[in-house]
Design a protein around this ligand. Structure first.
Ligand SMILES: [Zn+2]
Length: 712
C-alpha cells in the first residue's frame, strides 16, 4: 500500500517532535560525518563508486515492463510467476535464493453492489459503474479484480446516508455537535488524510451499519489537473481498492496475530475471532466507490450544509446527510491460500550473524506499475549491482538479505508472517530498508528511525539526481519550496517518522529493528486502480526509468554503507534527543489535559542519561577499534539498546505493537504517533495508564542507556 500523506496537513501533537515544545530547549547534537562508524572510508567510497556504475535504467525498465504486464494479486498464478522472475534475478546475481511460502487468510470479491434512492423512492444510481475510460491499453483484461475493500465484512446492509468528510475523529465530533445520529447509517467518506481502516473503525465505533469510501476529484482527480489518459490524475470511474484492516492493532494474517502462518500450521491453531471493535478487521460492510458513483448520492442529500473544508469537487454544495437511502452488498470469499516471499542471501565474511535486511513487496492490486513494481524493479537493479561486486571478489562483512514480500496489499501479510517466523530476529537484524511505491514522480522522500536519519542524508549526498546535482540537493530545494518558512530548528531536510502502511511495520514496530522507507513521489492519481499500469507509468512518472536507477542506487547504498561500517553507524544521540523533545511535548499535553500530577522527571532523566551515553559512544564510532571482536561487542550493545525500547507485553489494547517510541496512530493509520503508550493515555485522560506507561518508558530508556554505557 503506502499512501503518502503530507505531514504538514496532519493534525496532532505528537506527529513530529519539535513542532510546539519550547518548555526546556535541548540543543540537538551535531550530525556525525559521513565516515561515522568507519575505519577506512576511502575504501568504502571506492566500493560505492563501483556499485553505483551498475544499476541500469534500461534493465530497470525491462523489469518494470515484465512485472507489470499482468494483474498479479497475492496468491494468483501470475503472482507466482513474478516470484519466479525475482528468484531468477536473485540467483543470477549470486544470491542464495529460496521461495518461502505461508498459508494465510485472503479474501476475494465475488459480488459488489450499491444502489441509492431518494426519499420519494426514485433510483439515483445503481452500481458500481465499470472502472473504464475511452482508451487504456490494460483495462479490459478479465483478470482485473473488481474494486473491493479487502477485510470488509461479507454481507448486505441498507440505511440512510451521512457524509462524514475524511472520517477523521474531528469530523465525527462535528457530526455529533450537529446532532447527526450515526447509528444504523451508511457513512460516505472520502479517501485521504488518514488510512482507510481508520475511517472504517471510526464508523464502526460510532454504530454505523456500513461505509462507502470514495475518491473525490479535489483530492486525486480532475480537481488536481488532467486525468488519465491525458495526465496523471484519477479518471471519474476509477476506484481505489485497498485493505480496511485495522492494521494499527495488528497487521498480517488476521488468524495468527503474533505467530507465523506456516503451511504446516494446523487450522485448529488459528483464531477465527478477529472481527469487530476489539479485533483487527471491521465487523461492518465497507465498499469503495468512484467519483462517478458517489456524485448522484452527494447531489441528492437534503440535510444541513457541510462546513467549508468538507466541500469537494463533485457537486456545488456538500451536505451532511438526509434524503438518500442506499443498499450495499459486498460478498467476499475468504479462504486460506498460499503466498510466496522470495528471499536472497549473501553470507557475511566477518559478522555473518548480523543481518542487513532490505525488501519491498511484489503483489499488486492489479498491475501495480508504481505500487509496487517500481520498488521491485529498483531492488532488482540494486541486487544486480551487488552481484557485480560479488563477481569481482568482494564479500560483505555482514550477511545481506533481500526480500520480495507477498500479500502486502491485504495487510502487510508476507513480511509480518516472516518476521513472526523469526522470533529471535532482533538478535540478528541490524537494519531493515524498505521500498514500496518507489517511483511515482521526481520528489525524493524518506521516513526512518531517528538513529538512521543522518545515515540517509549522507547517502542522499552521494546519489546523483536525474535533475542534476545530488538527490540531497534536489530534496532540500523541493522541501524549501514547499515550506515558505521552515522552522528554525530544522536546518536539515526533514525525514518523517515511520508510522505504518508498508512492510517496515513488523520489523520496526514489532521487532525493534531500525528501519527506513524511501520513495520518489509525484502526481499519482491512479493509486490502487487498474490504471496504475505500464502506460501510465511511462507517460507520467518516469519515462526513461532514470528514477528507478536513482532508487536502485540509493537502496543499494543503504545496504552497502551499513555493511561496510566497522561498527554500526546508529546515531543514538539524535534518537535520544528526539525522545527528550517528545517527552517535553507530552508533558505540555498532559498539562493541557489537566493531568499536571503526572511525573515526567524520571523518564526525562533516563532519556538524558541515554543521550549522554550515546554522545560518549560517538567517540568510539568516530574511530572504531581495529579488533573485530571489540566491534562486535559494540554492535551488540547498539542492537540491544534498540530492543530495550520494546515493551514485552506491547502497547495497551494492541499487544502486537511493542515499540514504546513509535506506533501508527489509531486515528491516523499511516502517520506515526510518538510515545504512543503515554500520549494515548493522556488523550484518554487516564492518569493511571499514563503513569504506568511513563514508568515503562523510564525503565526501557535506563536499560538502553546502561547498555550503551557498558559498550564503551
Ligand atoms: Zn504497495
Amino acid at each position: 500500500m503506502s499512501a503518502r500523506i503530507d505531514l504538514l496537513l496532519l493534525l496532532p501533537f505528537a506527529l513530529v517532535p519539535g513542532a510546539r515544545n519550547v518548555l526546556a530547549p535541548i540543543s540537538a547534537p551535531a550530525p556525525p560525518p559521513e565516515s561515522f562508524g568507519y575505519t577506512d572510508f576511502a575504501h568504502e567510497l571506492n566500493l560505492e563508486d563501483r556499485f553505483m556504475a551498475v544499476p541500469d535504467a534500461k534493465l530497470a525498465g525491462e523489469h518494470m515492463k515484465l512485472l507489470s504486464a499482468e494483474p498479479h494479486i497475492a496468491g494468483s498464478p501470475e503472482d507466482r510467476k513474478t516470484a519466479e522472475y525475482v528468484a531468477r534475478k536473485f540467483r543470477a546475481a549470486g544470491l542464495e535464493t529460496e521461495i518461502v511460502p505461508y498459508r494465510v487468510l485472503l479474501d476475494e470479491p465475488v459480488a459488489e453492489r450499491v444502489e441509492a434512492w431518494n426519499d420519494k423512492g426514485r433510483l439515483l444510481m445503481s452500481g458500481p459503474a465499470r472502472e473504464h475510460i475511452a482508451s487504456d491499453p490494460a483495462q479490459d483484461d478479465p483478470r482485473v479484480v473488481m474494486p473491493f475493500s479487502s477485510g470488509s465484512a461479507s454481507g448486505e446492509v441498507s440505511g440512510e446516508v451521512v457524509y462524514a468528510n475524511y472520517g477523521n475523529p474531528e469530523d465525527f465530533d462535528h457530526l455529533a455537535a450537529e446532532h447527526v445520529d450515526l447509528r444504523g447509517k451508511i457513512l460516505l467518506c472520502r479517501y485521504g488524510a488518514n488510512f482507510r481502516g481508520v475511517k472504517a473503525l471510526q464508523a464502526e465505533q460510532h454504530g454505523a451499519a456500513g461505509v462507502l469510501l470514495y475518491s473525490d476529484p479535489d483530492d486525486d482527480g480532475a480537481g488536481r489537473g488532467e486525468v488519465w489518459p491525458y495526465g496523471p490524475w484519477r479518471p471519474e470511474t476509477s476506484v481505489q481498492r485497498g485493505a480496511v484492516q485495522y492494521l494499527f492493532r495488528a497487521p498480517g494474517d488476521p488468524e495468527t496475530p503474533g505467530f507465523a502462518s506456516t503451511p504446516t500450521l494446523p487450522d485448529t491453531a488459528r483464531s477465527t475471532h478477529y472481527t469487530g471493535p476489539g479485533g483487527s478487521q471491521p465487523g461492518i460492510v465497507v465498499l469503495p466507490l468512484s467519483a462517478h458513483d458517489a456524485a448522484p448520492i452527494l447531489a441528492a442529500l437534503t440535510g444541513p450544509i457541510a462546513p467549508e473544508d468538507w466541500q469537494g469537487g463533485l457537486v456545488t454544495r456538500y451536505r451532511l446527510g438526509g434524503g438518500v437511502h442506499v443498499h450495499l452488498l459486498s460478498r467476499q470469499s475468504y479462504r486460506r491460500r498460499i503466498i510466496w516471499n522470495v528471499l536472497g542471501r549473501v553470507r557475511g565474511s566477518e559478522a555473518p550473524d548480523e543481518w542487513i535486511v532490505a525488501g519491498n513487496h511484489r503483489d499488486a492490486w492489479v498491475y501495480g506499475a508504481s505500487d509496487p513494481v517500481s520498488g521491485t524493479a529498483a531492488m532488482l537493479e540494486a541486487v544486480h549491482g551487488i552481484g557485480a561486486l560479488l563477481r569481482q571478489g568482494w564479500r560483505p562483512r555482514r550477511s545481506l538479505l533481500f526480500c520480495s514480500w507477498d500479500a502486502e496489499e491485504q495487510g502487510l501479510i508476507g513480511s509480518t508472517e516472516w518476521v513472526e517466523d523469526h522470533p529471535d530476529l532482533d538478535a540478528h537484524a541490524v537494519a531493515y530498508f524498505n521500498m514500496d511505491v518507489a517511483v511515482s514522480g521526481s520528489d525524493f522522500s524518506a521516513s526512518a528511525t531517528p538513529s538512521l536519519k543522518e545515515f540517509l542524508r549522507s547517502i542522499a549526498r552521494r546519489v546523483p539526481s536525474p535533475q542534476g546535482g545530488t538527490v540531497y540537493q534536489q530534496w532540500r530545494t523541493a522541501q524549501a519550496g514547499a515550506v515558505p518558512h521552515p522552522p528554525r530548528d530544522e536546518p536539515e531536510v526533514r525525514i518523517a517518522a515511520l508510522g505504518s502502511g508498508s512492510d517496515y511495520t513488523p520489523f520496526f514496530e514489532h521487532a525493534g529493528i531500525p528501519s527506513s522507507d524511501i520513495s520518489s513521489d509525484g502526481a499519482y492519481g491512479v493509486y490502487h486502480s487498474v490504471f496504475d499500469n505500464y502506460a501510465w507509468y511511462t507517460q507520467n512518472a518516469d519515462p526513461h526509468f532514470a528514477y528507478l536507477r536513482q532508487m536502485a542506487q540509493f537502496f543499494g547504498l543503504e545496504v552497502l554503507r551499513m555493511d561496510g561500517a566497522a561498527v554500526l553507524p546508529y546515531d543514538d544521540a539524535a534518537y535520544a534527543h528526539e525522545i527528550l523533545t517528545a517527552l517535553d511535548a507530552s508533558r505540555r499535553r498532559a498539562g493541557d489535559a489537566e493531568l499536571d500530577t503526572l511525573d515526567f522527571a524520571r523518564a526525562r532523566a533516563s532519556a538524558s542519561r541515554f543521550l549522554a551515553a550515546a554522545s560518549a559512544l560517538r567517540a568510539v564510532q568516530f574511530s572504531p577499534p581495529r579488533d573485530p571482536a571489540q566491534c562486535r561487542k559494540i554492535d551488540l550493545a547498539l542492537r540491544q539498546a534498540e530492543s530495550a525500547l520494546l515493551s514485552p507485553s506491547g502497547l495497551p489494547g494492541r499487544p502486537w505493537y511493542r515499540h514504546l517510541i513509535f506506533a501508527p496512530g489509531e486515528t491516523t493509520g499511516y502517520a506515526a504517533l510518538v510515545l504512543p503508550g503515554v500520549n494515548e493515555a493522556i488523550a484518554a485522560r487516564d492518569p493511571q495508564r499514563a503513569a504506568a506507561q511513563l514508568d515503562q518508558l523510564d525503565l526501557s530508556l535506563a536499560h538502553a542507556a546502561r547498555l550503551i554505557e557498558e559498550a564503551r
